[in-house]
Write a protein that binds this ligand. Structure first.
Ligand code: SF4
Ligand code: SF4
Length: 442
């Protein structure tokens, strides 16, 4: 694609990077076929190619974002299916991140929208604040239908996503010692939303890792990866959260990996090197942390993992989170690990399409998110699985809100098959399953 940025514009490294990305696009349109928002409504402006044109026009003319640009960029899930499809290697993720930051700086959203976004940015990344909000949401959960009926769709979406039980306190900084001789040492990103909504995920990861001889450190000072605010274009806050994590993990000294159990966060942490490339104090440390970062399944695939007894034989519908399959290109390891441990793994048809979770998307764009969830749940239920597995808490929560089937994290099943307890969602759904022999350790 031809561009016409001036030399003065290109002196800005963010514009220069976006120009490089724009020039790689040959407007072939292959990406439209796999874009969830285009697949739903067929609007070119809600396709990757359409968004690329909007971004080009906005940046090239150095214009403040218009309501139209904000609308179509806001509807983008950042699922990155377009990046997997693109034959020209267009780095849409970095382009849309730049566009979001530009929109945030130059566009004044309607008052309610500003308030909602500010509230999400100030509450979700902080486990204690998030826990308080969830406790309140739990009381309001039965009124989700009423909220929907009177037009409060975003409130209804938030209430539906609230857990059915009181949320847990976040994991405190500490070291979980390897069982037996130590074979490695990793830092675990405890995360924010993940650890409050579903502490069983990190608990399962810690059990599996320590059982395999790995010390697991939850570092003092680490917290939200920054992706929640990053995807809202709040660059300053995102970089601040990234720097705090980099400092916390760098202070730990030698590590074999930074392990992440939420693939949305993993995609962002793996991008720290790029995000902080112009920060001379952090660029090298950020690149090092990014290079050390592994999804939990990616790391476990390098270890000698064996089932403790014959396989559980359950049929698992494996939902490949967009951030894992498109963002990190980790596709093989989760399924291979589950298969090796005795689960019958089934791919979800149209698995490249997002479930509609996408960070805060299911709150900010509840209609599109609901339609994507309904589509995803339909394809999953057709498989008639015993359980749904995913590598991202956002997907688990989003899908679970639309089906009675239990949705668990992949590492919960791995833990169960290697001597840990049956995942709580599975135990609640089918108590007889928890009595299977491999759950004896629970
Ligand atoms: S597939 Fe790639 S090159 Fe083709 S229009 Fe989409 S982004 Fe551009
Ligand atoms: S990131 Fe996803 S929703 Fe956004 S343009 Fe690409 S395919 Fe479409």
């Amino acid at each position: 694609m031809q561009t016409s940025f001036t030399l003065a514009q290109l002196a800005d490294p963010h514009v220069a990077e976006s120009e490089k990305i724009l020039r790689a696009c040959v407007h072939c349109g292959f990406c439209t076929a796999t874009c969830p928002t285009y697949v739903l409504d067929g609007n070119e402006l809600d396709s990757p190619r359409g968004r690329i044109y909007l971004i080009k026009d906005m940046l090239e003319n150095d214009r403040p974002a218009t309501a139209e640009v904000a609308l179509h960029i806001d509807r983008c899930l950042s699922c990155l299916a377009c990046m997997t499809t693109c034959p020209s290697g267009v780095h849409y993720m970095h382009l849309v991140d730049h566009a979001r930051a530009h929109i945030e700086k130059t566009y004044r959203r309607p008052a309610f929208e500003r308030l909602l976004r500010a509230a999400l940015a100030r509450l979700l990344p902080f486990p204690q604040r998030f826990r308080l909000i969830l406790t309140a949401a739990l009381a309001g959960k039965p009124f989700a239908g009423l909220a929907e009926a009177i037009g409060l769709k975003r409130l209804a979406a938030m209430l539906r996503l609230a857990p059915a039980h009181l949320p847990h306190p976040a994991l405190a900084p500490q070291t979980f010692k390897a069982a037996g001789a130590r074979k490695g040492r990793v830092a675990l990103l405890a995360g924010c939303v993940n650890d409050v909504l579903a502490p069983q995920i990190n608990a399962a990861a810690i059990r599996v890792l320590t059982r395999l001889g790995i010390d697991v450190v939850v570092a003092e000072g680490s917290g939200c990866c920054g992706s929640l605010v990053h995807h809202m274009g709040r660059e300053g806050e995102a970089l601040c959260q990234a720097r705090a994590n980099i400092d916390a993990w760098t202070a730990l000294g030698a590590l074999d990996a930074v392990v992440v159990t939420t693939s949305g966060c993993g995609t962002t942490v793996k991008d720290y090197g790029f995000m902080l490339r112009t920060d001379s104090t952090y660029a090298a440390k950020a690149a090092k942390v990014a290079g050390l970062t592994r999804d939990i399944t990616e790391y476990l695939a390098t270890l000698p993992l064996e089932p403790v007894q014959s396989g559980p034989g359950l049929v698992v519908a494996y939902h490949s989170a967009c951030s894992l399959q498109h963002g990190q290109r980790v596709t093989r390891q989760p399924k291979e690990l589950l298969g090796k441990l005795g689960f019958a793994v089934k791919d979800v048809p149209d698995g490249h399409l997002c479930c509609g979770s996408a960070g805060t998307y299911n709150i900010l764009q509840p209609d599109i998110a609901r339609r994507l969830r309904e589509r995803k749940v339909r394809t999953i239920e057709e498989l008639r699985p015993d359980v749904i597995a995913a590598g991202n808490i956002g997907c688990m929560t989003q899908i679970a809100a639309g089906t009675k089937l239990p949705a668990v994290h992949t590492v919960e099943l791995i833990d169960w098959a290697t001597g840990g307890p049956c995942p709580p969602a599975l135990r609640e759904y089918a108590p007889q399953t928890a009595l299977r022999p491999n759950a004896a350790a629970s």
